[in-house]
Design a binder for this molecule. Structure first.
Ligand code: ADP
Ligand code: MG
Length: 265
């Protein structure tokens, strides 16, 4: 690997200090994806370093979800190199992809709970699917409780999703993501559709989980407030490329018009 040339990192800048000497857990290089004449990703690069919170911000329709789908092998890119925790995604067979996905937590846009299952059953679902990873546990209750306690919802264990508010559902979905103790968590628009107070709660939870388990998080959002609170470092996705990178402070004072446009109220 050792290709450090793609991003003009200034090593003594604030964002350069954050990444210095850290292990790379996700490496995306020159990712390209078009749908007919719609050229969505045109050479996108990204590196997620161990233990960091990286926000990818882009306007609606800019290709954020396409990028994350390519990352987990749900969508085939036209070209580019994608490596997640040392594994090159495009070379994996189905079994290897499943194993990789057990190490990645997703909280996808509108992450749905199964309506016909209780909260407990929703949380047991990934445990059953990835039993080997957890050493074939027979008693799932402690795992379910730990995950629910992390999101402050232990008391909802026997409720049905319809008995929960929108914010609570999102928190249960986050608990379900956490139950396999993922090393990397991918959040696609974690606060979209939530009122500002609930959105803030979710952001607080993301931060506390990150500190507790030292996960590496890739957070995709168009929400500037979310980016400001949660990010250590940010990448702006514009015109299908990683147009600008830096800390919130660095980017919000950038005078480039395409960068400024994100921070105008
Ligand atoms: N499966 C698909 N087939 C055709 N076009 C798609 C598909 N998925 C996404 N697109 C297009 O790619 C662009 C980026 O979509 P998306 O990644 O969902 O945007 P966002 O940044 O809002 O997540 C949009 O123009 C969308 O219409
Ligand atoms: Mg999207």
């Amino acid at each position: 690997m050792g290709n450090n040339s793609y991003i003009p990192h200034v090593q003594d800048s604030p964002s350069g200090k954050i990444t210095q000497g850290r292990k790379v857990v996700i490496d995306i290089r020159d990712l390209r994806k078009s749908f007919g004449e719609n050229h969505v990703l045109n050479g996108f690069h990204l590196r997620l370093y161990e233990g960091e919170n990286l926000v990818v911000m882009g306007k609606s329709g800019s290709g954020k979800s396409v990028m994350i789908k390519c990352l987990v092998g749900l969508m085939q890119p036209d070209s580019g190199y994608i490596e997640v925790m040392g594994r090159e995604v495009n070379t994996l067979d189905q079994a290897q992809l499943d194993a990789l996905r057990a190490d990645i937590g997703f909280l996808f846009q509108g992450s749905a709970l199964y309506d016909s299952m209780t909260v407990r059953e929703n949380l047991e679902f990934p445990i059953r699917r990835h039993r080997e990873k957890l050493g074939n546990v027979s008693d799932t209750e402690p795992l379910v409780m730990e995950a629910l306690e992390n999101v402050g919802l232990a008391h909802t264990i026997d409720l049905m999703p319809e008995e929960l508010s929108g914010g609570m559902k999102r928190r249960v979905a986050l608990a379900r993501t956490l139950i396999l103790k993922p090393k990397v968590i991918l959040y696609d628009e974690p606060t979209s559709g939530l009122d500002p107070i609930t959105a803030k709660e979710i952001i607080e939870l993301m931060r506390s989980i990150q500190r507790k388990y030292n996960t590496s998080s890739l957070i995709i959002t168009h929400d500037v407030d979310c980016a400001r609170v949660v990010s250590e470092r940010m990448v702006l996705l514009v015109d299908g490329i990683n147009y600008a990178e830096g800390t919130y402070a660095e980017l919000s004072s950038d005078k480039d018009p395409k960068v400024e446009a994100f921070f105008k109220k």
